[in-house]
Write a protein that binds this ligand. Structure first.
Ligand code: CDP
Length: 789
């Protein structure tokens, strides 16, 4: 949508309306979990394991209970009495809440201390004495599959190895045949390391059980409050917590990015403590707990192969991957997709043959496998295809832009059925890449690079032309623990023509209060300023699956439009009644119905709203409201082309991203300013794993990168001035032609940067470097190839 249909006063789609939520944030009046103070509230802190794998011989709480202010110490034994010491993960695996026998990773929860204030709780934690007996540690996922490796999940009686799942997609035989017949094949191993979302706000909750009413309210940092309520009811139904007595409230959230989808043990322990003690209990992680124990992302060991003809036409893709999930599969993928949407790995290319397989394994690391601002393993898939495409370009001595142009799915082939089974809704990949090339001045940069090379300077240009897959999802394929992944909106128009709209999703900074109001403004003509948007309270919001994987616009946003259209249908009947004509004689323009051929005879949405309560037709129910539970017919496939330009310092190995051009296409845009904000933040979050972020472990399972001293986040110093632009290819099946956008930049940026670094060094034969591309890694390459100064 290029030109808005509504006035700035109405601010429907296409207006860069300022964010409605910002006045409270910039005044310091946000309401985060840690801002919640309840009368008599107690505080919880957690004892964590120093070992990655150890038997718990004993837990002595005596000294802790003597610490002034400490009221209780909860252990696995305490929870076992209520059968609450284990819980299901969202992937139908199981995970300890608190251990009774052994710990499985360093920083695992071992016991919890409840005290009158946070400091007393922390002192109590110091005083809990735990005796451990170390067990052999499995850190390397390849070794975990060795028949001699100790079986880690001894709690699973029938488990004889450390494999969690095997997943595959595509036609193996046809792919093998295409490889056998190919003129050229390239192979590349790549590792996408374990990283962590590191949101500004850590995780936490305030659990408040009212013994009189039997009602449990949990204020919680969750991206999916309704799903959490249902899981709580299923897990704790046997101790009397039934779903109508559970209220989950997600207040303001300081960044989720996938890390606030899982149910962490801390939430469950604080809730159990509040139920048992009968007082509110607050638990808020500190930064190191958040980094060391919460769900991680990536940790994919990928072996990729690409086959092509001599002229560069790609013919087949074959991928084998090992996924390290830690000690439990606590990812948050839709249940039929243990490897998420990794099967988008054929990317933007018209590949006729593909086969991909992923094996998930247990190791002695924190559980997870969540998405870090990406739609379930899409980042891994995109990194793989965009890197191996450059490897092929290098092998064929072809320009990487030309190779991409040659292999793109042509615009006229949409909707396009991919070799791995997806139906891409719409796309125009050559247009996005051409635009990015023009913006960056691609041909001139290639000349500059050649001149610099001749002078011994190292400069690289990297392209990533990615395709995303977001908006999970159609109920025929997508569910989490059986809950179908629709989403919802309920609209009430008040008599004075203002509206309240409630959604099943939950913003964590994306600006839903603004963009959802704009969708309704577009559909009904009620000014966005007068549409109050609410989310995140299970007592009031309609049931929905929450916000992650850029699904809000494709699902709940669509539900908003559909609910508004239902309201409009009723409004039409009321307008016909007021104008004494047939509904068929009315035409709609945003904000009013007019009689065909008599534009002077019209009723505004405000006139109609008032009539809905004061003068509605006999036989019609009063009021003006509607609900929509939207089950999308397909996912949406946003895309983009990014070009990074890097300079490498031959003295230090430091990589400087000099320029970064990002052309994105997310279909019709609701709020261009918000979309740009999403891209800017996403690009910075993409630069982070490309150059800086990694969590690794030593052979004993000790975490390396467990604090911000050594887990590096990008600052303004490392971040270039992003140059952004858009192309607009609407989604044909989405009610207003939009696709999700929140994650595109995080997905698309890392391979552009990696490709640029390799490009800078390709003339000496460097073909690949794993992210994060640290100065040390580059320095070693420079030394190896005689380029170091
Ligand atoms: O699920 P999440 O909100 O993270 O992702 P999204 O649906 O991609 O939306 C991120 C933000 O960008 C929301 O405020 C959207 O309403 C906005 N957006 C937009 O204005 N236009 C689009 N075509 C897509 C998203």
């Amino acid at each position: 949508m290029t030109t808005p249909r509504t006035s700035p006063e109405v601010s429907g789609m296409g207006h860069s309306m300022k964010r409605k939520e910002d006045p409270r944030f910039i005044r310091g009046r946000g309401n985060y979990v840690d801002d919640i103070q309840l009368p008599g509230m107690l505080h919880m802190d957690i004892v964590r394991s120093p070992y990655a794998h150890a038997k718990i011989k004993s837990i002595n709480t005596e000294r802790a209970l003597k610490v002034p202010g400490v009221l209780a110490v909860i252990t696995g034994e305490t929870l076992a009495k209520y059968n609450l010491h284990w819980m299901p993960t969202l992937m139908s695996d199981t995970q300890m809440v608190l251990p009774t026998e052994k710990v499985m990773y360093q920083a695992q929860e071992v016991a919890a201390v409840i005290a009158t204030d946070r400091y007393a709780a922390a002192d109590g934690v110091e005083a809990v004495e735990v005796e451990y007996e170390p067990l052999p540690v499995v850190v390397d996922p390849f070794k975990a599959l060795d028949p001699s490796a100790p079986v880690l999940r001894t709690d699973k009686k029938d488990k004889k190895d450390n494999r969690i799942f095997h997943w595959q997609a595509g036609d193996r035989a046809a792919t093998d045949k295409a490889f056998a017949e190919a003129d050229v094949t390239v192979t590349q191993d790549m590792y996408l390391p374990r990283i962590h979302v590191a949101s500004i706000e850590t995780c936490g909750c305030v659990a408040d059980f009212d013994r009189v009413t039997g009602k449990l309210t949990v204020y919680m940092t969750t991206q999916a409050p309704h799903a959490v309520r249902t899981v709580f009811a299923l897990v704790a139904g046997h101790v009397g917590l039934s779903e109508e007595k559970i209220r989950i409230v997600s207040p303001d959230i300081g960044g989720g990015f996938g890390g606030k989808v899982p149910v962490y043990p801390g939430y469950v322990i604080a809730t159990a403590a509040s139920v048992v003690i009968g007082k509110p209990v607050k638990w808020v992680e500190d930064r190191m707990e958040n980094l060391q124990a919460d769900s991680f992302a990536r940790d994919y060991h990928i072996h990729a192969e690409l086959a092509a003809k001599k002229d560069g036409t790609m013919t087949a893709l074959r991928i084998k991957t090992l996924a390290d999930h830690g000690y439990a599969d606590a990812a948050a993928n839709p249940s039929k997709f243990p490897a998420g949407l990794f099967s988008i790995c054929t990317g933007s290319y018209d590949l006729k043959n593909a086969f991909a397989e992923v094996d998930g394994v247990y190791t002695n690391k924190p559980p997870g496998g969540i998405a870090y601002r990406c739609s379930f393993r899409v980042t891994e898939a995109v990194h793989c295809i965009e890197r191996i495409t450059d490897v092929l370009a290098q092998e064929l001595k072809m320009d990487p832009a030309a190779l991409r142009m040659k292999n793109f799915i042509p615009p006229e082939k949409f909707p396009y059925k991919s070799a791995l089974g997806w139906e891409y809704d719409s796309g125009n990949y050559p247009a996005a890449l051409r635009k990015a090339m023009d913006m960056v001045g691609y041909e001139a940069l290639r000349k500059e690079q050649a001149e610099k090379r001749a002078r011994g300077e190292l400069m690289g240009i990297g392209i990533s032309s990615f395709t995303e897959i977001v908006g999970a999802g159609p109920s025929k394929q997508f569910d989490i623990l059986g809950l179908k992944m629709f989403d919802s909106c309920e609209i009430r128009v008040h008599p004075t023509g203002k509206a309240l709209a409630r959604f099943g999703t939950k913003s964590q900074g994306q600006g839903h209060e603004t963009t959802y109001a704009q969708i309704i403004a577009e559909e009904l003509g009620i000014p966005a300023a007068h549409v109050q948007v609410e989310e995140g309270d299970t007592d009031t919001a309609p049931y929905g699956l929450g916000t992650y994987a850029s699904r809000s616009t494709p699902t709940a946003g669509a539900a908003g439009a559909m609910a508004a259209r239902k309201v409009r249908e009723k409004a039409k009947k009321i307008a016909a009644h007021l104008l004494e004509c047939s509904p068929d004689d009315l035409v709609w323009e945003p904000g009013k119905f007019s009689v065909k051929g008599a534009p002077g005879r019209s009723k505004t949405i405000q006139d109609i709203a008032l009539a809905a309560y004061t003068n509605h037709p006999q036989g019609m129910e009063a009021g003006l409201e509607a609900v929509s539970y939207y089950d999308p017919p397909n996912l949406t496939f946003p895309f983009g082309s990014y070009i990074a330009v890097v300079d490498i310092d031959r003295g230090t190995g430091a990589v400087k991203v000099r320029r970064f051009v990002a052309v994105d296409d997310c279909g019709n845009i609701i709020n261009p300013m918000i979309v740009d904000g999403q891209i800017h933040g996403g690009l910075t979050m993409g630069l982070a794993p490309a150059l800086l972020e990694e969590i690794s472990y030593d052979d004993d399972g000790n975490i390396i990168g467990g604090s911000f001293m050594d887990y590096l986040l990008p600052t303004a110093m490392e971040t270039p001035s992003w140059e952004t632009a858009k192309t607009v290819t609407p989604s044909p099946h989405h009610p207003f032609g939009a696709k999700g956008v929140g994650e595109s930049a995080t997905v698309g940026a890392p391979p552009a940067i990696a490709n640029a670094v390799v490009d800078a060094l390709s003339h000496v034969g460097v073909r690949h470097v794993d992210i994060p591309i640290t100065p040390e890694k580059v320095w070693r390459l420079l030394k190896e190839h005689g380029l170091a100064e």
